[in-house]
Write a protein that binds this ligand. Structure first.
Ligand code: ASN
Ligand code: ZN
Length: 332
């Protein structure tokens, strides 16, 4: 039988109606994307191991936008992986997570009432729970970008997942996940600097994390202090998330794309921001050129300054902004 790439469509929970590159095998269409390293999405059927069953049907149209259809979360996951692939390719020239052209597996319907999503390097796959009471799958696109970026970090700096390096590892995923959300620019998911704002994980409409003022989640650090490395990595990430927001957008109160932010600085300095695209180039170059498994916040300051010098020059406005912004989050 002939196997070829087909133009499918999906209706996801968070992405809305989207095109999907599928694979035709006989009379079946599979959620497998040959043009992006064979990335595919499978159904774990509430199990917690194995590769699951590849989503396939005879209509080449997947999901109906509701959780009642098992394919809907798969559409989010498959589109999230495709968009993350495209983001890394077009923004950094990176050809897949390991830069080897090989796509990753996405697994949905992981476990039962599982309120998380995660990357696992050993299966080269990411997994998504369906949330509590299976009502809110963790498949928002910034989460997809976050989880896949754990694979990129593992393949590059390999930041240890504990202490300050663990916070930098987590922040790298929040930064790149947010950049993926901006890259996708979906009408159903207007991009912003918050993480998981559509999933309603807290039940009160608040996001999981805030890059503009990380402490708004009740646990994250806005600024470096000597205790930061003792926090959970999803809280010590706050310092770098805050750095990235400030470097991108500057300090103070502003509304961006309909979202209101008020980002403070440790030293009461006023920052203008250099834009998220330049900030992301600096972070990526630091991650892939200067950061190592043991890089801490002081090392991140040095590494991003080296990256900014490489990209824009050592006396450039961008270089000076990196220095001033680390100082604004108390990393000196
Ligand atoms: N969703 C979490 C993360 O990717 C899972 C974990 O705690 N590693 O950070
Ligand atoms: Zn993470």
């Amino acid at each position: 039988e002939t196997i070829e790439t087909a133009a499918g469509t999906g209706n996801g929970i968070f992405v809305g109606q989207v095109p999907l590159a599928t694979t035709q095998s006989g009379s079946n269409y599979q959620l497998k994307d040959a043009g992006r390293g064979g990335q595919s999405t499978s159904d774990l059927n509430n199990g917690t191991d194995g590769t699951g069953s590849l989503f396939a049907n005879t209509s080449n149209s997947f999901g109906d936008g509701t959780v009642n259809n098992r394919e809907s979360a798969a559409v989010d996951a498959q589109f999230g992986a495709a968009t993350t692939w495209d983001f890394y390719k077009s923004t950094f020239g990176r050809n897949g997570i390991r830069n080897d052209g090989v796509g990753a597996l996405s697994r949905v319907h992981y476990g039962s009432n599982y309120v998380n999503a995660f990357w696992d390097d050993s299966c080269f796959c990411m997994s998504y729970g369906d949330g509590s009471n299976n009502t809110a799958p963790l498949t928002e696109i910034d989460v997809a970008g976050h989880e896949m970026s754990h694979g990129v970090t593992a393949a590059t700096a390999n930041l240890n997942y504990a202490g300050e390096s663990g916070g930098l590892n987590e922040a790298t995923s929040d930064i790149m996940g947010t950049m993926v959300e901006w890259y996708a620019n979906l009408p159903s998911n207007p991009p912003n600097y918050w993480i998981g704002e559509l999933i309603n994980l807290n039940g009160n409409g608040t996001p999981l994390r805030y890059m503009d003022q990380p402490s708004k989640d009740g646990g994250s650090a806005d600024y470096w202090d000597a205790n930061v490395g003792n926090l959970d990595v999803h809280y010590s990430s706050g310092v770098a998330n805050h750095f990235f927001y400030l470097l991108s957008e500057g300090s103070g109160a502003k509304t961006i794309n309909g979202f209101s932010y008020n980002s403070p600085t440790y030293d009461n300095s006023t920052l203008a921001g250099i834009g998220r695209d330049k900030a992301a180039q600096i972070w990526y170059r630091a991650l892939t050129t200067y950061f190592t498994s043991t890089t801490d916040y002081a090392g991140a300051r040095a590494g991003t300054l080296s990256a900014a010098a490489d990209l824009y020059g050592s006396g450039s406005a961008e270089y000076n902004a990196v220095a001033a912004t680390w100082t604004a989050v108390n990393v000196n």
